[in-house]
Design a protein around this ligand. Structure first.
Ligand SMILES: [Zn+2]
Ligand SMILES: [Zn+2]
Ligand SMILES: [Zn+2]
Ligand SMILES: [Zn+2]
Ligand SMILES: [Zn+2]
Length: 206
């Protein structure tokens, strides 16, 4: 089971019965649900990899005082199964679903409580997906497409098709004027060039 979509603190937060955890699921160093477990090859107790690596920087032996120098193994299948069967709550605020940890990732792909942004561009509102639909109907930034001029406009603004048409015409006029000015410029250049060529031809004939 891949838990990379969760952090250790998030997982510990969503456990349904954190006080009834099976004892072998608790790391004796941090006294919390073991995260990324490593098993002592002698006593078979499990520790978070972070915890035990910190521990072994200072000491050579297992926290349970096993006699040999400590060797770490991957956790036993039974422990992995116990972890994947842990009862957890959905991580999304407001979601009432509880499930086994191994089903959380697939639940999150279809959870209706996932935090979602209002789709209207100027709106910063965020909430669970299930609350976005009702918000959209009253969002002050909601937009509408005018059936007459096909322009998108904000519902709170007054929309006047004529205004839009005037603005569009004005914009086109501006563009036409720009093009005309460029054309003028090009023509001037051409006249200049032609006169230069003429002058050169005359000079060469002399
Ligand atoms: Zn730990
Ligand atoms: Zn040990
Ligand atoms: Zn959910
Ligand atoms: Zn909105
Ligand atoms: Zn319109």
């Amino acid at each position: 089971m891949n838990l990379s979509f969760l952090s250790s603190s998030k997982l510990r937060e969503i456990i349904v019965n954190p006080n009834n955890l099976n004892k072998n699921l608790i790391c004796v160093i941090c006294e919390q649900l073991v995260w990324d477990p490593n098993e002592c090859s002698q006593c078979q107790n499990n520790f978070c990899s972070i915890c035990i690596n910190e521990w072994l920087k200072k000491k050579k032996n297992c926290p349970f005082e096993c006699t040999k120098r400590m060797q770490l193994n991957a956790p036993h299948r039974i422990l992995r199964n116990q972890i994947s069967e842990l009862q957890v709550k959905c991580v999304n605020k407001g979601c009432p679903k509880e499930m086994q940890l191994q089903n959380l990732e697939s639940h999150l792909k279809q959870c209706e409580y996932i935090e979602t942004k209002c789709p209207y561009p100027d709106c910063l509102f965020k909430d669970s997906l299930i609350k976005i639909e009702p918000h959209k109907t009253s969002c002050e930034h909601r937009t509408r497409v005018c059936q007459k001029c096909l322009e998108t406009y904000k519902v709170k603004d007054n929309h006047d098709c004529l205004d839009i048409v005037i603005k569009k015409v004005k914009k086109q006029e501006d563009q036409i004027n720009k093009l005309l000015r460029r054309l003028d410029c090009l023509e001037e250049n051409q006249v200049l060039l032609e006169s230069k060529i003429l002058l050169q031809q005359r000079n060469s004939k002399k």
